[in-house]
Design a protein around this ligand. Sequence first.
Ligand code: SAM
Length: 195
Amino acid sequence: MRRRTMVALVVAGVATAVTVGALARRWIWYGAKTSTPPDEDAAFTAFAPGGQASFFVNGPVGRVMAKLMPIVERGVYQNVAEMLDVQPDDEMLDIGCGPGAFLATKARDVQRVVGLDPSPVMLHEAERRLAGRIAAGTAALVSGNAAALPFGDDEFSAATAIFAPAKPSEVFRVLRPGGRFARAGASSWRTPTPE
Ligand SMILES: C[S@@+](CC[C@H](N)C(=O)[O-])C[C@H]1O[C@@H](n2cnc3c(N)ncnc32)[C@H](O)[C@@H]1O
């Protein structure tokens, strides 16, 4: 069998295993009958180090996901950028930035971007994508949790959370007046209402 075919089969196999594994775990957590979504805190702890689903964004599975997400989410990034109406003078925060693909593609011309994520694997991948901007001082990556954003009040003009948890009170604290927030996520990821 040719080497390229072998590689394609291995990648397809890993992607299938990851998807089936994630669906199986989701089924087990939520329960087959009730399909109850996780509580508010679960959204902020499940994927963080030590959380039930941290395997999904760390270790070998995390490395595969870091490569797959930018490919499968390309259309989502485009929709979010349009919803956000990205402007050149924006100072933008991406909460749960993952491999940094949204910032590197749809926010490449904005004044300043900051990516926040608790996963070292994702931050490493994002660092690779944003290396030029980090060196130029117009991008930064921060390890942290969306539950308590490690930023001052009114720091950003725009924020995003793409398939990542976000806490409205924290988002609107770090956004300056008139700031915009766009998010994309699975409907079962419960988001608390503004306090
Ligand atoms: C499905 S990935 C999406 C990554 C990226 N937004 C994208 O669309 O390419 C979810 C990301 O949210 C991050 N995440 C999970 N829990 C988080 C939390 N409590 N605070 C911040 N980020 C979190 C994960 O580490 C992961 O990188």
